[in-house]
Design a binder for this molecule. Structure first.
Ligand code: NDP
Length: 449
């Protein structure tokens, strides 16, 4: 059953929507969390007394800035930069930077809001924030990306620091962009401050497994949900949307756990390869050559490329949306269920629309929402910060084991919290309530700040 909004929470939601007009993704993210919180207020009346929900929905600080840069033809370009420092109750603000033309304040706020609860669930000492720009790295030369990143950091540097705010990557921001930004931060501040950013290269303060972490973590989370149902990935047909960082390492771990991914995509279309996606080829196309996924069929002539197609039409038992927000709508969800889908693990943030979520919850499949299922990325970022603080570097195996334990703990926490609040098996409620309670307790302890 989809929860109805509690009568004490409803006016708070209305106020948030009125105060933030036009920010539809932020509205969606807030509504989804607030729908879970009625029973929490019954158990913890002090949260209402301290106006925790009202405070948690208002970012601590929002920074918007101009990012001017010069393209290869000598033309001046102007983009807009954002950093929303949402909540620092549990530690320094932590969350990625997204470079994509669709970015505006409403996207960054939805991502920052989700990040607060996700980071709380990770069990690590990190607050929540998010940033980015409407810059599109696609089709830009390395030199253009470098000049943009340097200009972006020329403003951002004054707001971040290892104890203040620690950015990382997200859509359009990978190792290359982190390198340019970290280099500019080092130059401006004259400090080699490893802990100021995560997702760094392995030769200069990065952590093994950070690249793989979100995808591996999402697959581990699904594995845990399946285990509860006495099931596993073994022999399962899987569909993974996207073909970026999260999608690639989700597919890699699915393979290792005995599943088979038959389809993946980019924003132009999807590939269907019933023999199983050739992951080394996808890595070559996407990570090295930065080309379109359509070129996959130049090598595998028996695979199919469907331009502008809907990847969720492909029958699968496990679906792992790993591209972007709202990529599974209500109709897609119903189609997935009809085709035999029994588990959904969200690598992306908020990839399922409210109608889609409702369909998954009503069908009582194993549905792992992004703020729980994709927390492995930020958790491993926090492990990178730990290694930086100790000037240490852990082995791949050790770091992966830590990631796996963290995902098991997050799963258990969500599972038990869902039961505690009377909705067993509902990981949405479990994640929302567990994340919220942790942040709320710290906020009560700090007084009105
Ligand atoms: P990447 O930029 O590496 O890859 C994004 C992939 O999704 C690409 O294949 C891209 O296709 C596709 N995509 C992006 N936007 C759209 C769109 N509007 N419509 C259709 N396809 C789209 O990003 P990540 O893999 O890092 O991020 C993917 C998702 O995972 C995001 O929701 C992100 O917030 C989330 N996430 C990422 C984490 C991380 O550690 N990187 C951590 C937690 C969550 P194309 O190349 O054509 O644009």
């Amino acid at each position: 059953m989809t929860p109805l909004i509690d009568e004490k929470v409803e006016p708070i939601l209305k106020e948030v929507l009125d105060r933030n007009p036009g920010e539809v993704e932020f509205h969606q993210a807030v509504r989804e969390v607030l729908e879970s919180l009625g029973p929490v207020l019954v158990k913890h009346p002090e949260f209402a007394e301290h106006k925790i929900i009202e405070r948690i929905c208002e970012p601590e600080r929002q920074i918007i800035f101009r990012v001017p840069w010069v393209d290869d033809k000598g033309n001046v370009q102007i983009n807009r930069g954002f950093r929303v420092e949402f909540n620092s109750a549990l530690g320094p603000y932590k969350g990625g930077l997204r470079f994509h033309p669709s970015v505006y304040l409403g996207i960054i706020k939805f991502l920052g809001f989700e990040q607060v609860f996700k980071n709380a669930l990770s069990g690590l000492p990190i607050g929540g924030g998010k940033g980015g720009s409407d810059f599109d790295p696609k089709g830009k030369s390395d030199a253009e990306v470098m000049r943009f990143c340097q200009s972006f950091m020329t403003e951002l540097y004054r707001h971040i620091g290892e104890h203040t705010d620690v950015p990382a990557g997200d859509i359009g921001v990978g190792g290359r962009e982190i390198g340019y930004m970290f280099g500019q931060y080092k130059r401006i501040t004259n400090r080699w401050e490893a802990g100021v950013m995560t997702g760094k290269g392995l030769d200069w303060g990065g952590s093994l497994v950070r690249t793989e972490a979100t995808g591996y973590g999402a697959a581990f989370f699904v594995d845990e949900m399946l285990k509860v149902r006495n099931d596993s990935f073994e022999g399962k047909t899987c569909v993974v949307s996207g073909s970026g960082n999260v999608a690639i390492y989700t597919m890699e771990k699915i393979d290792e756990l005995g599943g088979k991914t038959v389809a993946c995509s980019d924003s132009n279309g999807y590939i269907y390869d019933e023999k199983g996606i050739d992951l080394e080829l996808v890595k070559q196309i996407k990570e090295i050559e930065r080309r379109r996924i359509s070129t996959y069929i130049d090598v595998h002539k028996d695979a199919k490329y469907i331009a502008k197609g809907n990847i969720w039409e492909i029958p699968c038992q496990v679906a792992m949306p790993s591209a972007t927000q709202n990529e599974i709508n209500g109709k897609d969800a119903i189609l997935l269920l009809k085709n035999g889908c029994i588990a959904v693990g969200e690598g992306a943030n908020m990839p399922t629309t409210p109608k889609g979520v409702k369909a998954f919850l009503e069908a009582e499949i194993a549905y792992g929402p992004g703020k729980a299922a994709n927390a492995g990325g930020v958790a491993t970022s926090a492990l990178e910060m730990q290694q930086n603080a100790r000037r240490d570097s852990w082995t791949f195996k050790h770091t992966e084991n830590r990631l796996r334990e963290i995902m098991q703990t997050i799963h258990q926490n969500c599972y038990e919290t869902a039961e505690e609040f009377g909705t067993p098996g509902n990981y949405v409620n479990g994640a929302n309530c567990a994340g919220f309670i942790k942040v709320a307790k710290a906020m009560v302890a700090f007084g009105v700040i």
